[in-house]
Design a protein around this ligand. Sequence first.
Ligand code: SF4
Ligand code: SF4
Length: 360
Amino acid sequence: MLMSEKSKQHADACRFCWMCHHICPIGNASGHERSTPRARALGISLVNRGAIELEEIMDNIYECVGCGACVHDCVTGWDPVMFTKETRLLAALDGKLPDYISKLVENCLNTGNAYGKTEIDSELCDAVKAHSEKTDTLLLLGADARYMVPNQAVKAIRVLEKAGVKFTVLADEPATGAQLDFLIGAANETKEQMLACAKVMSEYKAVVIYDPQDAKAIKQTYKAYGVEYSAEALTYTSFVAKLLKDGKLEAKHSDKGVTLQDPCQLSRDLDESEDAREIVMSYAVLGEMLLNRKETVWAGNILTAQYMPEIIKKVSERRIFNAKSVGADTIVTASVSEYAALRAVATDVEIISIEDLILG
Ligand code: SF4
Ligand code: SF4
């Protein structure tokens, strides 16, 4: 495998280190040592030394969900996400992707989303049509909301309507490239999707990004890949927090006690953990989970549940256990994908989104 010297160096540094293995949500859910950052590094270093074949570690390579908990925890600055993403890219270039990943990649290339969906739900379709007129502000819903959780996409639109914002939603929204980036890293196909999205974004003054995974890609990865756009890119939570601050949304505070699930892309990658809190505290009483803000624990998503559903269920159940441990019976989410993952397993805990809080 023709891995860069930088990734080789990081994998070799991690391969016998145990310091962060307890914080990996996948390792903790599976209970398997092989799911941890150091075991993934060991596998990669064995491939780099010609001791085993790349195909032998590919399932393990896709167990990493890129939550960045290990990277954040590493006091010596090594980066398991970097060498994992590079291994995915090299496997893609070498035709060694597992079949279940090739299918998702094919869907991204054919339909712009990993799920292969081409139609959106009728209620969402009507809500989108009502905002087809060109304005200065684009609301980018993202693949998960549009195709997998359309009721949340409608709520995201309703919140901005409630605040009197003039905005556009596109019927043929471009793929942001975030899903391809997760699946095959910095491939040409990923960059092409990102460039096409950046071109559309540049037709607007501001772009409000609903899905934190897309926000991370647009605000961070585009820059790393040299993809430029002229619009101001804003996360949905920062935009809504400002609407509240400016009095465009009138909050009705209640005594309802809730806890917040920090999306790792907002709190860890983009350093935006307070906007979601300000929104929640305007409507309810916030109690913090033990691991919050930058220390948040990823609570599952829709994309990885396509190929490891049982592990993702356990990940979500474990995060609900964290919430119950501080006496919370309601978890507020700021990520549409975590909303779906947590709701899929919640039994005695209520899962609501920040849109639910605002719309009442
Ligand atoms: S990321 Fe840091 S703490 Fe984690 S295994 Fe690598 S060297 Fe150890
Ligand atoms: S990025 Fe997250 S899922 Fe991947 S190895 Fe690190 S802690 Fe585990």
